[in-house]
Design a protein around this ligand. Structure first.
Ligand SMILES: Cc1cc2nc3c(=O)[nH]c(=O)nc-3n(C[C@H](O)[C@H](O)[C@H](O)COP(=O)(O)OP(=O)(O)OC[C@H]3O[C@@H](n4cnc5c(N)ncnc54)[C@H](O)[C@@H]3O)c2cc1C
Length: 355
């Protein structure tokens, strides 16, 4: 990974799909661009890692073929089934496509490893990549944005003309830009366990578990089954997952041989409120940091808005206007707000409590 220099044209915070897609637009621009990432790479991210049709389309248009090493098994997933906790017989029902591309084919989703996929995307951008590099804070100065980081344990200041906050749901770039918004956010807990196990649910489908105040997912991934619980009610996500396991044991023959992973995450309700924050001047927010998550399809939102931030910075350099002037009117960004809003309405109609 790269050593850090003192000055860049663009600093991108976060090596997820939003940061990688933003960086890709600078590929042949000759600009000095760095992606900084707080984790060592490749970094894992709590995510089902399903690339849905809209993201697949975007990738086909803008990237080489996906390399084999990013896939896990089963390679493709059908869309989609659910089980209801309060249904006595727990029938397995089919679920309409949530992705607005509405194409419930047998190869609806690609089942990938997020750590391998995200690193591949970043490397395809050609940008310098500095991992173990945590953004602490930044300040705007007349000519530059000065960014304070801790890189490989060492405190440093680096400067850039443009700062792109692609730092996900817990975004420090957003927090500094809009402390009032930050104060108003509500947080949702998610908890996940991976098992070596048997279960009578056919592999190759995306499964959802719906309950009155919660939803979860069940996914075969490699040798493991991943069960994730998201709660919006008073119950802890860990307890909810315990209830899912009891339910699946009683109704779907779940027999756990070994728990191979436990982890949790929090995410905020900015996407569900449609409360998008695009940035200020030459500081832009993108992907989940800006509040863009299509229902269950955050990767598409991240890729699309990432492309839009990059293009807005390029236009700003040519014209002297701010990057936000372009980004806020970019057709992809205007459209993405509408798509995200619609997808959350659809999620609510289908009985997802967080929608
Ligand atoms: C349980 C779960 C399952 C999901 N499943 C799917 C799915 O199957 N398909 C789908 O399309 N979407 C899914 N999503 C949504 C998807 O994971 C996100 O919307 C997507 O990753 C957002 O991309 P991003 O680039 O905006 O942010 P992220 O992918 O979160 O990347 C942000 C990056 O910024 C880094 N960072 C954060 N703070 C700092 C800092 N201060 N300094 C330096 N680096 C920093 C982080 O380490 C991280 O690497 C899921 C989400 C959850 C929670």
């Amino acid at each position: 990974m790269s050593a850090l220099k003192e000055n860049y044209d663009v600093i991108i915070v976060g090596s997820g799909p939003a940061g990688a897609a933003a960086a890709k637009t600078f590929c042949h621009s000759g600009l000095d661009v760095v992606i900084i990432e707080k984790c060592p790479l490749p970094r894992d991210k709590m995510c089902s890692g399903v690339i849905l049709p809209s993201a697949r389309k975007f990738l086909e248009q803008h990237y080489d073929d996906l390399p084999e090493h990013i896939f896990t098994t089963p390679r493709t997933l059908k869309c989609s089934r659910y089980v209801r906790m309060n249904d006595d017989q727990s029938r397995v029902m089919s679920f309409p496509a949530l992705d607005l591309a509405e194409d419930p084919s047998d190869e609806y989703g690609f089942n990938v490893s997020r750590s391998a996929f995200d690193l591949w995307l970043c490397e395809a951008s050609g940008a310098a990549l500095a991992d173990n590099c945590f953004l602490i804070d930044y300040k705007e100065e007349p000519e530059n944005i000065t960014v304070q980081v801790k890189h490989n344990g060492k405190y440093m200041e680096i400067k850039a003309k443009y700062l792109i906050g692609a730092d996900g749901t817990i975004s420090r770039v957003r927090r500094t830009l809009a402390p009032e918004l930050e104060q108003s956010l509500n947080w949702i807990a998610l908890y996940e366990e991976h098992y070596e196990c048997q279960i009578d649910l056919e592999p190759g489908w995306m499964y959802w578990i719906l309950d009155q105040h919660s939803f979860g997912s069940i996914l075969h991934k490699g040798k493991n089954l991943h069960i994730t619980a998201a709660t919006t009610w008073g119950e802890t996500a860990k307890n909810l997952l315990k209830r899912y396991v009891n339910f699946l044991t009683a109704q779907h023959g779940l027999k756990i041989a070994k728990t191979t992973m436990t982890r949790g995450i929090i995410m905020n309700d900015q996407p569900f409120r449609g409360d998008y924050l695009l940035g200020k001047g030459n500081i832009l927010l993108v992907g989940e940091a800006a509040g863009f998550v299509r229902a269950l399809d955050g990767i598409t939102s991240a890729l699309v808005t990432g492309k839009a931030t990059g293009e807005s910075v390029l236009q700003s350099i040519q014209s002297g206007k701010t990057a936000l002037d372009y980004y806020s009117q970019h057709e992809l960004v205007v459209a993405e707000q509408e798509i995200c809003n619609k997808s959350h309405l659809k999620m609510a109609e289908l009985g997802f409590p967080a929608g």
